[in-house]
Design a protein around this ligand. Sequence first.
Ligand code: ATP
Length: 916
Amino acid sequence: MTAAPPSSVTGASGQPLWHALDADTALQQLHSQRSGLGHSDAAERLQQYGANVLTPPATDSMFKRFLLQFHNVLIYVLLAAAVVSVGLGHWIDGSVIFAVVLINALFGLLQEGKAEKALASIRTLLHITTAVLRGGQRESVDAEQLVPGDIVLLESGDKVPADIRLLDAINLRAQESALTGEANSVSKQAHPVEPLAPLAERSSMLFAGTLITQGRARGVVVSTGDHTELGQIGTLLRDVETLSTPLTRQMAQLGRTLTLAILAITLLVFLFGWLWRDYPLSELFMSSVGLAVAAIPEGLPAIITITLAIGVQRMALRNAIIRRLPAVETLGAVSVICSDKTGTLTRNEMTVQSVCLQEGQIDVSGLGYQGEGEFSLNGQPLSATQLLEVQHLALAALLCNDARFDTSAAPWRLHGDPTEGALLALAAKAGWEHGDCLALHPRTNEIPFESEHRYMATLHHPRSQDDDLSEAVLLPRLLVKGAPERVLAMCSQVRSSQGHQALDTDSWKRAVERLAARGQRVLAIAEKPLPEDHPKAELDHGHLTGLTLLGLVGIADPLREEVRKAVAECHAAGIRVVMITGDHASTAFAIGSELQLGDEHQVLTGSMLDQLSDAELEKLIDDTRVVARASPEHKLRLIQALQAKGRIVAMTGDGVNDAPALKRADVGVAMGLKGTEAAKEAAEMVLADDNFSSIRDAVVEGRTVYDNLRKALVFILPTNGGEALVLIAAILLGITLPMTPVQILWVNMITAVTLSLALAFEQSEAGLMQRPPRPAGETLLNRFLIWRVTLVSVLLATASLLLFQLALHQYNDLALARTVAVNALVAGEATYLLNCRSLQQSTLSWRSWTGNPYVLLSIGVLIVVQLLFTYLPLMQTLFGTVAMPLSLWPETLAAGVAVYLLVEAEKWLSQRLADR
Ligand code: ATP
């Protein structure tokens, strides 16, 4: 910036100390004004300063990541074995081990890269938009487009997109723990502070990466991207975490334990073979290496990572954006979904359908955001006096309101809260012109709407005389709109065409019930004329007594069409759906009934919740289907009660105060469209379309991912187990080894590279949403699966050993018999892959064989490489194989088919036993 700031407010770097400058000086220095930058100026500045993004921290180089692939006990063992083999003169074996290690590392790197890329593409879906003034108009821009000098408008729940000098602040508080470590939110205001004030005390500033927890603000951007305080300390707040989840860590741990156990067994087998079986030492050493390699499922962590990453991608396609990877696993176990009503179950397209005045209940026609619609009382058009009363209420609803219509589009586009949009449409139907009304009745103070107090109040000092308006409107006025029980408690009288009357609270409560029973959201609107000399800045909760009730409005918000089916599907899948809403109990019940959530006894209200002890709530919680007049603290209690009962809870939220509940839930779900950044930061998952059906979709994908992980595990373990058993059995029995160590390495490598990956791409099984959620805390490998793993290990080993012995017997050629043994084992693994497409259900059908193209592709590749392995002279030299006569193929393949059929028979039997 050109103008030099006074030296007292310039920092060591020559940058102005923005917090110490007064707001107008700051604006001047940034060559900006309160109405914002012009579009071309903003574009030029974007060129000059660059996008408002933080440079990501340097990631490890490709080479380092490649080297990291070797950082693994198993690889150390293998490399040592390779060196020893070469030392013992086994050049070919040593080189093959080296080659296999290298190929495995390359493959690991490739998979990791793919998974990282999948997550990175998800990260870009979570961009932030910010309200700015450009060319004098309020606009919503991508936070990356912000430039110094931009005027930004922020409110409760927003994430601060850049460093900002405040121009105006109303009840503003910000949570700055990301920068200062202070967990409590701090108060903010627009006055300059001491030049030497430390960061935590710069109350005239907002800093990038922090959150607005209360109030509203207008400020000017002073620095963006890496020049912000956040950029200076070099922390990038990651939106999506790295690839590690409890499950991958659990698997890595399992891998380590298995490795140690296998090394111990290998040592025992080695000693046994040496002391009791008289194998030559070098052969025994190589077989032991082969055994260790065969038994350790080294590819498992990579498979789990890639399966999770595929799950994340599929969920994103269905509008569920995962921010924390463990949520993918947890989603599959969800047993209760607590969902907000407005916008998630309903469309959030609000229309005022009824207005209750002292004169009676008036119906309003015309749907959506537009100014066309008629008023009628008992089917008759309104009289002039009745219309005047409606207009009076509608003007109050328009003024005590923060929404705005963009009338250039048809239907009008709403900027702001849909409840308030409905009130603006009502005002338009009553004949009010938005801009004129705002000009005549400028707002001089306000108490913004918060879900905790459920009302909004504004103070207005009229600007000029207007003959159309009644006397009271010409005085300063206090306007309030909000939940009827809150507003009625503030009122002492009611307005009518005959003047003010005493308030009959009971009859108004009955009117509220009537509207709510139709599923309408009900708001009461009230006013209070103030003395002419009432100070402009004076408004607090204490002023809200002795108000005059103007009337009630009933706002309809239709259900989302697809939600009925989604809720029914969740119920069929054993997942309870609980609706949580800030609305009145009758409104909530009416909407809940449409969704068949439950009966009246299953409705709790916030005040009932307050009366219940934790133990009492736990007793009731399993029967609760609807919670009305709930505040964010109630959400937290509900989750705690559900979790105490062992339920796995997904909970939706959008407001800044929902953050604790979202964090506490097993899967916190934030709304992508209407949710605040605070809620998104706290959530595990963000819904791009705010739609309940997307939660159902995410659960489907979550269950599928879990199934696929199980399938991968149940596939990989027996392939390792089978290979190891072949060697152990041979050594224990003292027979010639049916496979050489390099052949074992070969089998291990090609199954890891081809077959094991295919199951990560499995689609959801039929009947997935007809079974109950998996029990919380259930391990991936349950008793049934351990049995399956053992059975198949034995089957594969038997098939291979049997064919080895047969071929040896028939041809008396060891190299040939070994080639047959390897091919039989591989055939068994390939057919077993088909078994694994479903763990419980039969796969004896054309569709099961052809349904997953990746399975077919990997089996196809496997066939080709096995043919090369058997017939290519180079491979024959490397692996000691020989060309198999054609006559041996039928029995080799039959071994595979037998494994397949036996596993199918086992499935059938265990189903029969389970059905008993
Ligand atoms: P849901 O949980 O179904 O999404 P919600 O929690 O968003 O609903 P709130 O917005 O907290 O519900 O609204 C609770 C009550 O507050 C409403 O029933 C209404 O009476 C009142 N209310 C809602 N919006 C406003 C507003 N903008 N101004 C004043 N009062 C409001």
